[in-house]
Design a protein around this ligand. Structure first.
Ligand SMILES: *Cc1c(COP(=O)(O)O)cnc(C)c1O
Length: 413
């Protein structure tokens, strides 16, 4: 029997109210599909990449020459950032959730010796890597960072700025200060914070490497670019010690973005085949972010998250997160243990919320690029309905009153 030809793939529209991917902006999608076919050395494509590089530096508040983006998703940018970590390097990694946990795993893979890889090929345990675990639901504090770096004096230190697994914001200032004090090169997973929070790389001189992603705060899912930025000290380490990667070596990658020998040049040179569609979409997402302005965006996230949090709390949920793009919550005691059921019911109806991906099981509701009264109200009502479907009593009037008061008086929709 021959295999039939499948019908054309249809993917239905969902309300993407999870931790990410966020809602790709219509302008970004239009830019993606408007582009003509062009190769990766065509003038407009190269010019677009150089403009992206300059926009990224502005958006991210940095003079770091090595600020560009890596084709792929968040992990592609993170892999590039971790490429300078060599076998046997001393590392302290702070972990408080799913994503920083995977980052710590990556660091073990990079820092493991050949013998350590052979002993446990899929999960090497590098003796030179110290992982400091902070319980799920808590932030990593400056004191914890200071204590660990003072004690271990590692070459590298790692932390997630915003841990999307538990929805917690970690102490970036404390991290940068401790890195400077103890001579560690800081590495930051900024996947969830770029484009959502207002911050500037150059305010954190203890951090040598940064990596983010396309599809969260930048609203640019059509597989595009993960922004990265490196200080000269990071690039110097790479120059003198090398890296076990061609494609994700920041020095090589940067060439296509017009960064050669630490200098901006007029035209990029070949590193790999870039997509004109992706460059155009990414370019539009950066224009959009700069036009909005980070201050305005950050304010809008804070405002809408506060309304969502208040409504969910009124329904009896306990919110344990403090990120502004995501609410992580425990269901009321009567529904405890039914988190997965509730999330699956919602997802079956195109309401794309998420559970946590590691223990404990909690519910995650995100608002990436969902920053208006209509859609936040819709999320609140859909979630109330899902709780009622499981037998909870939800007081519709008091929830409607919260939305009315918060949006009616202090907040413009
Ligand atoms: C989403 C996320 C990642 C992974 O990003 P991908 O785009 O899925 O590769 C890594 N770290 C954090 C903190 C994240 O939120």
């Amino acid at each position: 029997m021959t295999m039939p030809i499948y019908p054309q793939l249809e993917i239905s529209e969902t309300l993407a109210a999870g931790p990410g991917p966020g809602n790709t902006d219509a302008r970004v999608l239009a830019a993606f599909s408007r582009v003509g076919m062009a190769d990766h050395m065509q003038d407009d494509v190269l010019r677009g990449m150089i403009e992206c590089k300059h926009m990224l530096r502005r958006l991210w508040g940095t003079q770091n020459t090595h600020t560009f983006a890596v084709a792929g998703t968040g992990w592609s940018g993170l892999d590039t950032m971790f490429s300078a970590v060599m076998p046997g390097d001393t590392v302290v990694a702070f972990v408080n959730g799913t994503f920083s946990g995977i980052d710590a795993k990556t660091l073990n893979i990079k820092a493991a010796t050949a013998a350590e890889h052979a002993a446990n090929p899929l999960d090497p345990q590098a003796a030179s890597v110290t992982t400091v675990e902070i319980p799920h639901g808590q932030s990593i504090s400056g004191e914890v960072i200071e204590t660990a770096l003072a004690r271990h004096k590692p070459k590298w230190a790692f932390m997630a700025h915003w841990e999307t697994g538990s929805g917690r914001i970690n102490d970036l200032q404390g991290f940068s200060d401790a890195c400077s004090r103890h001579g560690a090169m800081g590495l930051i997973d900024a996947v969830s914070s770029l484009g959502v929070e207002e911050f500037a790389i150059d305010d954190y001189p203890g951090v040598a490497g940064w990596a983010s992603c396309p599809q969260k705060g930048l609203c640019c899912l059509p597989l595009t670019y993960a922004p990265v930025s490196f200080t000269d000290a990071y690039i110097e380490a790479l120059k003198t010690r090398g890296a076990y990667s061609y494609v994700h070596n920041p020095i090589f990658e940067a060439r296509h973005w017009g960064i050669v020998n630490g200098q901006d040049v007029d035209k990029g040179s070949y590193h790999r085949t870039h997509s004109a569609y992706a460059v155009s979409a990414f370019h539009e997402s950066l224009r959009l972010a700069l036009q909005d302005g980070l201050a305005k965006r950050a304010h809008s996230y804070r405002t809408h998250e506060a309304v969502l949090r208040e409504a969910l709390t009124a329904m009896g949920c306990e919110v344990t997160s403090n990120m502004t793009s995501l609410v992580v919550l425990n269901l009321p005691p009567a529904l405890a243990g039914r988190e997965m059921e509730l999330v699956q019911n919602c997802r079956a109806q195109g309401f794309g919320i998420w559970p946590t991906l590691s223990e404990p099981v909690q519910v995650r509701i995100g608002i990436l690029n969902l920053l208006d009264r209509g859609v936040i109200s819709k999320i609140v009502h859909l979630f109330a309905d899902a709780m009622r479907d499981l037998g909870a009593e939800v007081d519709g009037a008091s929830i409607a009153a919260i939305l009315d008061t918060r949006y009616g008086t202090s907040v413009a929709a």
